[in-house]
Write a protein that binds this ligand. Structure first.
Ligand code: URA
Length: 436
């Protein structure tokens, strides 16, 4: 049947359902360029506003998955397990996590994303290591996986090209927080990787793409269901994103913090989440040893060595891993000072993520480039006690005008109260196939 983009946009705009055939046509036409960005933006917004039923979601995921090569690693006997997050502020967990589990014997064929909306992206962070290349074709992806047990790539012309285009479009059109768009984006990439198991980190709270717990739960269940229906053993964790993870928000500074974790010296929240996810990936891969094994690869230096090995294989300069002070840092620094004394009861992830994006750590338009040295170093998080004038954050920025436009907004991220609040739980719940 012949379709036109305008007819399909109008069906979705008016609350109708698209046939599987129409969705397949739309995704193929968008991927080959015959449907332009402006029509796909309108469609993405219509999907965000009106949702999709299960049949539409299955068809969308399938069409995106089949837009490029679906890899088959069945000739690798060891378990192929990956991890993906729905996106957060300061969420660098994948970066220390995957060399740790690879050092324990798991194969990790990872296709990641760039920054999305106010949330950072693994690819942008990795590319702040000078020379680190994440663009590759399926042959190189396979070769790196076989040689190093770990490959870190982005969507490309040959691997999930539909998500490569749609992801970049959603980033700048306000169409990120949609359950069907997030789940098809994530699961198309993950199902193209030829996995045995998958761990999903579904963020919830102010800095998450989906903020409400019940909708985060729906997102987790939706993706676990898609994984199960494709024979991939999928586990999701719903975790808090009310405040940023760790103390660094940006790109190069998040690489530095990831190296701290690999050296056994990372912040408590990032280290704990990395350990819990590592244990679960080992469990999914049938590898014994759990947390003790992960602690061993940190203590012995094997996890850090794996990171260096993989960075070099991707063209990255290993000297910045040896000496993270060589990583990019923006030329200017400003302090956000506590306006009063008391307990920090809020350190708002959304505000901090939006400010970091506007300062250049993320994109406002598709063609924008990331400034890797821009970032925010948090000095006070929920539960800390501060005195008036103490630093709440140090901001690293390149452009005075941009900082002037953001300084007031950033100061609103913190609330300081007379009374402490209980430390919020980092891990809220685990969702398995059996619990969906
Ligand atoms: N990660 C993705 O790959 N896609 C999304 O839509 C959100 C997070």
């Amino acid at each position: 049947m012949a379709y036109t983009a305008i007819d399909l946009i109008e069906i979705k705009r008016d609350g109708g359902a698209l046939s599987a055939d129409a969705i397949e046509w739309l995704i193929a036409a968008y991927t080959d360029g015959s449907v332009p960005d402006y029509q796909m933006s309108a469609m993405a917004m219509a999907i965000l506003l009106n949702g999709m039923n299960n049949e539409e979601l299955a068809a969308l995921t399938e069409a995106m998955l089949n837009s490029g090569e679906v890899m088959d690693f069945s000739n690798i006997a060891a378990a192929k397990i990956d991890k993906h997050s729905t996106g957060g502020v300061g969420d660098k967990i994948s970066i220390p996590l995957v060399p740790m589990v690879a050092a324990c014997g798991i194969y990790v064929p990872m296709i990641s994303g760039r920054g999305l909306g106010h949330t950072g992206g693994t690819l942008d962070k990795l590319e702040s290591i000078p020379g680190f290349r994440t663009d590759m074709n399926a042959d190189r992806f396979r070769a790196l996986l076989v040689a190093h047990r770990l490959v870190l790539a982005g969507q490309s012309e040959t691997m999930v090209p539909a998500d490569r285009k749609l992801y970049a479009l959603r980033d700048v059109t306000g169409t990120v927080p949609s359950i069907p768009l997030i789940s098809s984006s994530i699961m198309s990439k993950k199902l193209a990787e030829g996995l045995d198991g998958l761990l999903l980190d579904v963020k919830t709270g102010s800095g998450a793409s989906i903020r409400e717990l019940d909708r985060s739960r729906e997102l987790a269940r939706t993706m676990v269901g898609i994984g199960a229906s494709h024979g991939v053993n999928t586990v999701a964790f719903i975790t808090s994103m009310d405040q940023p993870l760790g103390n660094e928000v940006g790109n190069a500074n998040e690489i530095k913090e990831s190296i701290d974790v690999l050296r056994g010296d990372g912040p408590q929240d990032v280290t704990e989440l990395t350990m819990v996810f590592g244990e679960t990936m080992l469990e999914l891969g049938g590898v014994d040893g759990g947390r003790e094994r992960l602690e061993d690869v940190i203590e012995s230096g094997a996890a850090l060595e794996k990171f260096v090995e993989v960075a070099v294989a991707h063209g990255g300069d290993p000297s910045v891993i040896d000496d993270p002070s060589l990583l990019a840092v923006a030329p200017h620094e400003a302090m956000v000072a506590a306006p009063g004394s008391g307990y920090v009861t809020q350190c708002d992830a959304l505000t901090i993520g939006v400010v970091a994006t506007h300062l250049g750590a993320g994109r406002e338009r598709k063609e924008d480039t990331i400034d890797p040295g821009v970032g925010i170093t948090l000095k006070a998080k929920i539960g800390d006690i501060v005195q008036r004038g103490d630093p709440l954050a140090i901001v690293h920025y390149s452009d005075e005008e941009r900082w002037d436009a953001q300084r007031e907004s950033l100061a609103t991220a913190w609330t300081i109260s007379d009374q402490p609040i209980p430390t919020p739980d980092l891990i809220i719940e685990r969702v398995d196939v059996t619990t969906t």
